[in-house]
Write a protein that binds this ligand. Sequence first.
Ligand SMILES: C[S@@+](CC[C@H](N)C(=O)[O-])C[C@H]1O[C@@H](n2cnc3c(N)ncnc32)[C@H](O)[C@@H]1O
Length: 249
Amino acid sequence: MITDPYAVLGRDYARSRRPDPRLADAVTHALGDARSVVNVGAGAGSYEPDDRSVVAVEPSRQMIRQRPAASAPAVQACAEGLPFPDGAFDAGLAVLTVHHWTDVAAGLAELRRVSRRQVILTWDQAVFARFWLVRDYLPEIAAHESRLACLDRVVDELTTAGQTPSVTPLPVPSDCVDGFLGAYWRRPEAYLSERVRAGMSGVALLDQDVVATAVEGLRADLADGHWHRRHVGLLGRTELDLGYRLVVT
Ligand SMILES: C[S@@+](CC[C@H](N)C(=O)[O-])C[C@H]1O[C@@H](n2cnc3c(N)ncnc32)[C@H](O)[C@@H]1O
C-alpha cells in the first residue's frame, strides 16, 4: 500500500528544497560512470543527474506533481517493491529518504537487486545530535530521530548483505541552497520561519507546541546577542560537518 505523509509535508517542497550545487557535485561524483540511474524516494527530482538516463521512484503524488516538466520519468512506487527486473540500472540513488521507508531492510535489498552500485545520502545521528539547534533548542529532534533508520542502520544492512560500503562526510555549506534541517547552521534566523521549518520533516513531525517554545527561545537568544556570543566560532566558517554522509557501495 502506498501511504503519503508527504501529501502535507511536501506541499511547498520544490521551493524550499532545491538541490545545492556542491552537494549535487558530490552525488554526481559518487555515481561514477553509471549510465543508468534509479532515484528512489526521488521527491521533486533534486540531485538527479541530467547527463545520464534516470528513472525516478516516488510514492507521493504530491511530490511527483512538483517535478519539473523536463525531469526524468517518475514511477509511483515504494522502495520496498521496486517494479524493475534484477540489475536494471547501473546505480541506485537514495537521497535523504531511507529514514522514511517503512521496511528499510526490504528497501535496501530492492535497491541492491535492481542496481549494481548504490549511492545513499543519510546522516550520522550521533554527530547531528551535537548540532546547536538540536542540542540547545530541540533535543526532541534527536529523540525522534533515534527511531529512524539512518547511517548506522544503512551500513549494518549493507554490511550484512556482504558489501563494504564507503562512508564520506558531506559538510554543509554556510549558504546551502537546499533547505534541509541542517542547512541554516550559520543563518539561525531562518529557523524562526514557519515556512522554512515546514520543509524539514525532522521539525514538522514534532509536537508543534514544543517547536513553538523552542523557536521563542531561539528568537530571544538572537535578540539579546546570546546566540552570537555562544556561536562566534561558527560565524567565520564556510562549511560545517553536521553528520550528513554519502554511503557508496
Ligand atoms: C526528504 S524527501 C527527499 C526527496 C529527494 N530525494 C530530495 O533529496 O529532495 C523524502 C522522500 O522520500 C519519499 N518516501 C517516503 N517513503 C518512501 C518509501 N517507502 N519508498 C520510497 N520513497 C519514500 C517521500 O515521499 C519523499 O519524497
